[in-house]
Design a protein around this ligand. Structure first.
Ligand code: EPZ
Length: 416
């Protein structure tokens, strides 16, 4: 298993182009199933989860071509409506092909999804909503056998703004008969991007950007080409690296409009941040100030930057607080940061961090995707060398975290 090695305690300086968004492109790839034609996605990140989703689509009979960040999916002929257990368990997003398959083919055999172990991550909201639309779903252990005589447009209310459940309902509604009204929908930017892509395929969707979506089912979809937005979480990761290590950077294609809450918190920590178009310029002198952060669904502080926030509070000065409200098991990285000298006390879903102004390099282990990236950020701020094992988690969502951070002046490499 490869290791990421970081030499820390050097200020960063440089420029980097942010990759396409993992959490936007995966539902877009699932949406391609809906159309008996070709869908072209541009600025697609070359990450493991994209290759896994390509494998799922190809196993169903889609023809995928991926070249120079452009992905072409021809879903003219589907030959299979099942997802293998191995692929299903490889990532969380495998579950969102369920809605699309039911809409397109009237049946689907999938599995309970895998993904980062950051909590129980049930799919009850997905299944309840699809059943409301007319799906019959049998659960046989980890397997889900689903069929329908035809999905029907329905008025659905989600008890929690689940991103994945919202995506599953949207995809199912596209090929349902009639209109589906989805209340309590997630408002993450990735949902907007999915809706705009579907609109470009000819789907009529009202309420984009709000928590009430109205989707008109249709059989007539058109070939479309769509640009995947920059990955706001990757941008937040690299902004955190500059705050942790000090220095200055220019991030292009950083989707700053999707990071308002994050940028405000970073300014509170003492960072100087200027936004111009899709670029963000950041500079940081000294150590970050302690702040209080509570994660929440968009437009709040994203749970995917929670581990990064723990790092910034740890290298800062004073007592900081962080409350995690989205995933109940997302503090695994704290114990790795303890090895680097961080003082973090976890009580339930709350973390109290006493920033001592420094961290020391150590041997640590990536526990999940974003936690692994946070350890790389911590290594850039720490005195000495940090070695991160199990960094296979990181490549699921970061196309080239070492190369990107090297562009920002970081001394970081991957040992195979
Ligand atoms: C998506 O996961 C993202 N993944 C996650 O990013 C992100 O952290 C999360 O949304 C929240 O923003 C992808 O888009 C591939 P949820 P998802 O359904 O859809 C509970 C990353 O690092 N819930 O909004 O799984 C659930 O347990 C990943 O890129 C139910 O109870 O998130 C959790 O507590 C990590 N029942 C909360 O809702 C359900 O049926 C939020 O989950 C569904 C969810």
């Amino acid at each position: 298993m490869s290791v990421i090695v970081v030499q820390g305690y050097y200020p960063l300086k440089g420029e980097v182009e942010i990759q396409g968004s993992k959490n936007a492109v995966l539902p877009m790839m699932a949406a391609a199933i809906l159309h008996k034609g070709t869908t072209v996605l541009k600025h697609v990140p070359m990450i493991q989860d994209v290759f896994c989703m390509m494998g799922i689509l190809e196993s169903m009979g889609c023809v995928c071509r991926f070249c120079d960040h452009t992905l072409t999916v021809d879903a003219g002929e589907l030959t299979c409506t099942g997802v293998s257990k191995e692929r299903g368990r490889a990532m969380r997003s495998s579950i969102i092909v369920l809605g699309a398959l039911l809409g397109r083919c009237g049946e689907a055999d999938v599995y309970y999804p895998g993904g980062c172990s950051i909590g129980s991550r049930p799919i009850d909201l997905h299944l309840a909503a699809l059943r409301q639309m007319g799906a019959v779903i049998r659960e046989e252990g980890e397997a889900l056998r689903a069929c329908t005589r035809g999905l029907k447009g329905t008025d659905i209310t989600l008890s929690y703004p689940s991103v994945g459940a919202t995506e599953n309902v949207i995809l199912a509604a596209v090929r349902a008969s009639g209109i589906t009204v989805l209340r309590g929908a997630a408002r993450e930017p990735e949902i907007d991007a999915l809706c705009r892509m579907l609109s470009s395929m000819g789907v009529r969707i009202g309420g984009i950007g709000t928590s009430v979506l109205k989707i008109q089912g249709t059989k007539d979809l058109a070939d479309a080409e769509y640009q995947v937005p920059g990955d706001r979480i990757v941008a937040g990761t690299y902004l955190s690296a500059v705050i942790a290590a000090g220095g200055e950077a220019l991030l292009r294609n950083a989707s700053p409009g999707q990071l308002a809450c994050v940028l405000n918190i970073m300014r509170e920590m003492g960072a100087r941040i200027a936004v111009s178009g899709d670029a963000v310029r950041i500079s940081m002198d000294g150590r970050p100030r302690a702040v209080s952060i509570e994660t929440s669904p968009y437009p709040g502080f994203p749970t995917d930057l929670q581990s990064m926030a723990l790092v910034l509070l740890s290298v800062g000065r004073g007592k900081g607080y962080l409350k995690e409200t989205v995933f109940e098991g997302r503090f695994a990285t704290a114990k790795e940061l303890h090895k680097m000298g961080a003082e973090i006390i976890i009580e339930g879903t709350e973390a109290c961090v006493t920033g001592k102004g420094f961290l020391k390099g150590a041997g640590v282990r990536a526990c999940d995707l974003r936690g692994g990236a946070a350890l790389a950020v911590a290594g850039l701020a720490a005195e000495g060398e940090t070695r991160i094992t199990d960094c296979g988690h990181i490549v699921r969502g970061y196309e080239d975290i070492c190369g990107d951070l090297q562009h920002l002046g970081g001394i970081i490499r991957r040992e195979l």
